[in-house]
Write a protein that binds this ligand. Structure first.
Ligand code: CMC
Length: 364
């Protein structure tokens, strides 16, 4: 029996997260993410994923300070970012830059300190590259006291961000920190299983995340909503697409057979922002129309809203440029990847599946 794409195969045990696709639940280390987004910050949830429990105030203070003190890009890294071709996409820039961080402090065996350093650097890498392309000056010390999500937005705009934007982005990032054994996490664990270092494992994961079948879906939601906004009838656009065999971006999921819990939490944030942007109102209107068309034209397939639908609307609402959608997903998922790399290293078994040979027999 061949399990193409390892579909349906269980090959690791993990205590980091659990996805209950039938009941629409996502659990990080025993906590429902719907609850975590209401009460916890990015830093607190990252601590939970790395250490296995929520931090007390002293532990949180220490982690926040570690984030702040690890934001500085080394001079050679800045020079390298400057020298990369201007037409290189941001995911390739992140992959190349993270790869360049491999040094004597980053050797096997992976540590939580390494995970914190690499996570703290993500906003600096993305923000610095953006500022280079836009020919703006960059001062990574200017936002010393900002928390991780505020700092990320600061790095993109050069200004202290509005609270509502921080809350929206923090909810998105917290909901996408971790999601079981998806393709990029699997990649990270395979590399870690060879006892290669954390930087190499992350480089594998980022390369995997870059592919459109994994990290690149929100752009399709933007196009769908733009098309509907330009037409007279949402129901007509949606029905025609489904009847023509097209996939509605932001709907359906391999694991969730009901509404994706991450979409439900993002929608709550969006409802607080209604009226700020006509786009948001449109997204809310379209969701139910799309679900009912899918239910009618694709009965029994259990097609509901996935995280990408509201992620796209939120990104647009906080003025995140589309080219930074997947990089932003990467800046949050680095926490899940590093948690998995640490877990793999604690109880390591080298990944080495079998393949069936379909080539020619030995030539005489
Ligand atoms: N729009 C229209 N029809 C759909 C859709 C959709 N979004 N998704 C699935 N279907 C139909 C599909 O055409 C097929 O119909 P039929 O039985 O007539 O051939 C049936 O549903 C089953 O499709 P499938 O590809 O076997 O289902 P899957 O569970 O393997 O697909 C999916 C999951 C996410 C690839 C798919 O739902 C899809 O392409 N959605 C649109 C892209 C998207 O929003 N991706 C982001 C997913 S969330 C990412 C994350 O969790 O990180």
């Amino acid at each position: 029996m061949i399990y193409h794409g390892l579909k349906g195969i269980t090959c690791i045990e993990t205590a980091i997260s659990h996805i209950d696709g039938q009941n629409g639940k996502l659990i990080y280390r025993g906590y429902d993410v719907k609850e975590l987004v209401q009460k916890q910050t990015f830093e607190e949830t990252a601590y939970l994923l790395w250490y296995g429990s929520l931090p007390n105030s002293q532990q949180l203070h220490q982690l926040s300070e570690q984030f702040k003190s690890n934001r500085k890009l080394p001079t050679y890294v800045k020079k390298m970012i400057h020298s990369l071709p201007v037409n290189m996409d941001m995911m390739s820039v992140i992959r190349t830059t993270i790869s360049s961080m491999g040094n004597n402090n980053m050797t096997w065996k992976p540590t939580i300190d390494q995970a914190i350093t690499l996570t703290a650097l993500m906003p600096s890498i993305i923000g610095y590259r953006k500022s280079v392309l836009e020919n703006k000056s960059f001062d990574e010390n200017a936002a010393k006291e900002l928390n991780h999500v505020e700092y990320y937005l600061f790095m993109l705009t050069g200004a202290v961000p509005p609270k509502v934007h921080v809350e929206a982005l923090e909810t998105y990032m917290l909901l996408t920190l971790e999601h079981g054994l998806n393709a990029s996490t699997f990649s990270a664990r395979v590399t870690a299983s060879t006892e290669s270092d954390m930087v190499s494992s992350l480089t594998s994961a980022i390369g995997t995340m870059k592919g459109p079948l994994h990290g690149g879906a929100p752009m399709g939601v933007i196009s769908l909503l733009d098309e509907i906004a330009a037409s007279q009838s949402a129901i007509k656009v949606i029905s025609e697409k489904v009847m023509n065999g097209e996939r509605l971006m932001g709907f359906g999921h391999r694991v969730y057979k009901t509404k994706d819990p991450r979409a439900i939490s993002l929608k709550k944030v969006l409802l607080q922002m209604l009226g700020e942007d006509q786009w948001l109102d449109l997204a809310i209107d379209i969701e139910e129309t799309a679900i009912s068309v899918l239910n009618k034209l694709k009965p029994g397939r259990s097609l509901y809203t996935n995280v990408e639908f509201y992620a796209a609307a939120i990104m647009k609402a906080i003025d995140m440029p589309p080219a930074l959608f997947t990089p932003t997903f990467t800046a949050s998922r680095v926490v899940g990847w590093t948690a998995h790399i640490l877990e793999q290293s604690e109880n390591n078994v080298l990944f080495r599946p079998q393949s069936r040979y379909t080539g020619e027999t030995i030539k005489q």
